[in-house]
Design a protein around this ligand. Structure first.
Ligand code: KIV
Length: 286
């Protein structure tokens, strides 16, 4: 039987009942199929694809709307019964509310997402308000926001001093007041995560924000051990697919070079009698 797709009302009920939401990124069709089969609640088609799929040295910044749409379409095909969130890339919403609405609409019309996410607190409140007023479901992303790590002086955890924690809490309230349906908190202390999850009536999810939030997000490439360039403190690996892949490819290279591949079982058979016929015919070739 097809999995029942969860929606906003389920996520609100789960918060009220203390049931944790499970959330992973996905960027392609096969991974989306795996995640839906495994029963994940929600998928983020993150602009982290800039790191994990495209290998850009500057991470998420070069990712465009067109790239995000194509990846969201593939993920939607792989996970038709899962709540999917498109990530608004750098430059697609910071300019003004009109650009923000136009680009958010593209996600829903062209890729059939259920929600979009954008980064920032008080300073993007007008864009959040405009997108929500246009009827879309939006997740705010605060704490450490990878699109502006330049301003943080690098990939630095937030909320480690009381003053800084207060800034994150003010951002959370501003995002909620602007109409966000949910919030993602990245790389903040568990004290801040727990405070905001309790303070707000909307679901508050964590990527590196501790166990007291209403659910957990991780980057699938970290979970599966595919992307090894950077290992934040908050990840847990459940597989080592980079190692497994390199070993498998090296074995294939070895087999081809040594003649162990292909074997008889990998070869098509000629119809009976045709090989002898071919031999005779080939003799008459110029
Ligand atoms: O793009 C992404 O995967 C994200 C996570 C880092 C939260 O935004």
């Amino acid at each position: 039987m097809d999995k029942k797709k969860k929606g906003l009302l389920d996520f609100r009920r789960m918060k009220d009942e203390g049931e944790k939401v499970t959330w992973l990124t996905a960027y392609d069709y096969p991974t989306a199929c795996f995640e839906e089969q495994a029963g994940i609640d929600m998928i983020l088609v993150g602009d982290s694809m800039g790191n994990t799929v495209y290998g850009y040295p500057s991470g998420t910044l070069p990712v465009t709307m067109d790239m995000c749409i194509v990846h969201c379409q593939a993920v939607r095909r792989g996970a038709p019964n899962t709540f999917i969130m498109g990530d608004m890339p750098f430059g697609s919403y910071q300019t003004n509310p009109d650009d923000a609405v136009r680009n958010a609409v593209r996600f829903f019309k062209e890729a059939e997402v259920d929600s979009i996410k954008l980064e920032g607190g008080r300073r993007v409140a007008p864009m959040i308000r405009a997108i929500v007023d246009a009827g879309m479901v939006l997740c705010g992303h605060i704490g450490l926001t990878p699109q502006s790590t330049g301003q943080f002086g690098g990939y630095k955890a937030q909320g480690r001093t009381a003053e800084n924690a207060l800034e994150v809490i003010k951002d959370a309230r501003a995002v909620r007041d602007a109409g966000a349906a949910m919030i993602l908190l990245e790389a903040v202390t568990p004290e801040v995560g727990g405070f905001i999850a309790k303070d707000l009536d909307i679901p508050v999810y964590s990527i590196g924000a501790g166990p007291l939030c209403d659910g957990q997000l991780l980057i699938v490439s970290d979970v599966l051990g595919i992307w090894e360039a950077f290992k934040p403190k908050f990840i847990r690996r459940y597989a080592e697919l980079a190692d497994t892949s390199v070993k498998a490819i090296a074995e294939y290279v070895d087999d081809v070079r040594s003649g162990r591949f292909p074997e008889d079982t990998h070869c098509y058979k000629m119809i009976e009698g045709e090989a002898e016929k071919l031999e005779k015919l080939a003799k008459n070739l110029d």
